[in-house]
Design a protein around this ligand. Sequence first.
Ligand SMILES: [Zn+2]
Length: 330
Amino acid sequence: MVPATIITGFLGSGKTTLINQLIKKPKMDKIALIINEFGEIGLDNLLIESSIENTLVLENGCICCSIRGDLVDTIINLFAKAENNEIPYFNRIVIETTGLAIPGPIVATITDDIVVSKKCELNNVITLVDAPQGIRQIKQHKEAKVQISQSNLCIITKCDLASESEIKLLEETLDEINPISNYKHIKNGEIDPDYLFQNLQLDRLIEIDEHHHSHHKHHHLDQDRSLLEHDNVRSCSFLINEDVDESRLRSWLAMLYSLRPFSMLRLKGIIKLNTFEMPILLQAVGTTFYDPTLIEKWPSEDKLSRLIIIFKDISEKSMRDSFSKYVLEQ
Ligand SMILES: [Zn+2]
């Protein structure tokens, strides 16, 4: 399986700069790069000073909505050409999205396609957030919020152009939107590829507590509550002290995802089911569930199941009540 990494981020967040830096690194000469640009300045592909032979540009639409099929064809073509020795073989696919793209449908495109899902598997959804502009973009554009909510790694770019307090406020806002993503500050697009492509499955899940994560740390955010006041993106975390009934959990998720598919942004959990000895890792981006995997060793000493859901247009109370009623209460 070839890992595929999605790099997204709002307009001007520094995706091209990051990719330019990335492809100069020694280990990066074997990647295939798919760049989607549409309705943007349109020169991205010229700006990628590519030494990489396998660089493809999709410019007739956006891969999260209008040209999802083109993305599938492009990936299938890449594999076909590599197998016929028309292009060098690649060990990773990096997909740079448009600034307005939402990761969920792209994840679904990769995971749902029979051919593509057999050849490549999703690694990280990386969202770039501009340090000086990020807060404003989050306030004004729902796409920016969704990009953050569906990431498992957020890179805060242009940190040399923002003050420490601006960065701190931004970080707290990101943490409020997505408490399970990992955050990293960078300057001039400079980043270690090993960090970008690492396996980030479990670490932050362990930090989850029963109520909202670390509210007490959010001094800055409390002073600027207006930031998220009208925000309809919320998260809910559960700490579960008992085996979870597999069929009840399945029915609840099926109900939730069929009734409110567009509200479901991200889900991640380590869950001890009644049907297995060890916990499973359960993950979804948008409405796409990854195959659950058994975890061989409890990542936390308390051995409690943890589930976090990021959603919009549903109240936290309804989510909590529904989980208690349909999953927990017997
Ligand atoms: Zn789109």
